[in-house]
Design a protein around this ligand. Sequence first.
Ligand code: SER
Length: 592
Amino acid sequence: MTNSNSLRKQFLDFFEKRGHKIVRSSSLIPTDPSVLFTTAGMQQFKPYFLGEKSPYGRDVASCQKCIRTSDIESVGDATHLTFFEMLGNFSFGGYFKKEAILYAWEFLTKELSLPEDPLWITYFKGERSIPQDSESKRIWREIGVPDTKIYGFSRKENFWGPTGIEGPCGPTTEIHFDLTKKPCQKGKDCIPNCECKRFVEVWNLVFNEYYQDPQKNLKPLTQKGVDTGMGLERLLAIVNQRTDLFETDLFWPIILEIEKETGKKYQGSKTSFRIIADHIKAGAFLIAEGIYPSKEERGYIVRRLLRRSQRFARQIGLSEAGLLKLVPKIIEIYKETYPELEKKLEEIMTVMQNEFEKFAKTIERGTKEFEKLAKLSKNIIEGEKAFYLYESFGFPLELIEEMAREKGIKVDKSGFFSAQKRHKEVSRKGAQRKFGGVGIEMLEAEADKEKVTKLHTATHLLHQALREVLGEGVRQMGSDISPERLRFDFSWPSKLSEEEIRKVEEIVNQKIKEDLPVTKKKMSFEEAQKIGALAFFKEKYPERVSVYFIGDFSKEICAGPHVERTGFLGKFKIIKEESAGAGIRRIKAKLE
Ligand code: SER
């Protein structure tokens, strides 16, 4: 059996030997604010395709951690995953179609010695104003791939990008692997992209020739680029002559642990085993990057992954404690490649445990409630009722839909969203009485405005001080300021020790003593992220933002207002440190 570590290395070595600089995987949270997660290797290189000078040189290769959430519901079969790694080679204005195709062919057939016979090719056959990619087709023929294995497809299949709302994109040529060599009932028409599971896409070679603007207009790029992507998990299975991605060393230790914990066999309950293994893995990687379960965007995905695995775990008799035991197995698999994961072992387990405990309290009652509702409803669960399951028992909408699907009924989604909107309106009205950063204009007394402004600056100092004492896992999860005190919620898995609290206070007071200037600069959101300005990531930021600098101690995206110098603040004191939900701590502090 070829193992994943050696395959990853073989790919990177192959391209390094051919003049490529090897670049580390970037974070799962991209800098591009219009996308939720990193879904492809090219994302960290997006600017270099557009002409910005690459600090790594012209040709690079990487193995990138990716999360794709569009088909969480399809996970459970032999090939769908939410977390996966993408191997890729890239060129920013250097080599183009011929070299990219030759490299790919050489790697698969020579370096890995895969037989040529099961390798089939697709290319872009042209659509409306975009011409056919006849060059790729010609190169494949020259290599010796017979015409009977080369097929043209349209934009849906063979044109890639952009990621986010705009960016580089272009025609693709793909290498597919024939797993069974047996056509389905379609006979001769059973070719790559057939719905039957005969073929699996192995490698996608993208030729970036266009720029798509937000209005979806295509303009030719002056500098052409190559962006290729190949799923490590799929390649590993193929190299080992497997059709099931879970039967490789990237999953098998997790599967064995589930077998050990439940006494059940993978063979008998494949779907549940796969969902659990994939979701816990994806959850672990996301938590390691500071994304904790919550109701918002990224955090909500983590919640969905964890709660869905919790539900499937119960079906095969795997307890929450058993689920947690999978984390060290996952870390064992990846620690060599992603050492950051191992450092976060405790954080991952604590956050998961908190989340599991929360849902464990309601999952049974909620499931019973669901059964009742499903019985009463004819074909559809009313939106209001689904919202009740969501709000009172913590069932993500998608999970309710899945449970309904299993019973052959539907959920009224638009009804759900209107119920949610009504609920939000009521809570918003309640929240208007408080404020955090904004809302200062609602205060009448000047003295109160001044107190709030000072506490606001103190909040930035506190945020940075927490990061210095606890580390970069600290992220703002909420803030609420009244003239009397500040309240700051942040991601952190465990109670702060007295020593930690004292240190945080000390740093803030030290910075007040230094009487640092507070200055503001306007810049693009992208630039702000580049210089490492802290952000409250739950918020959607406009394109141009203000960044407040406190000396060179803190920089944070913020609408203000702030005091001019920290010397105005007085003495900072933490009055309370407590939990504010799973993986979230709350600090209340005042200025004396
Ligand atoms: N960007 C392309 C993909 O994700 C190739 O890397 O498939």
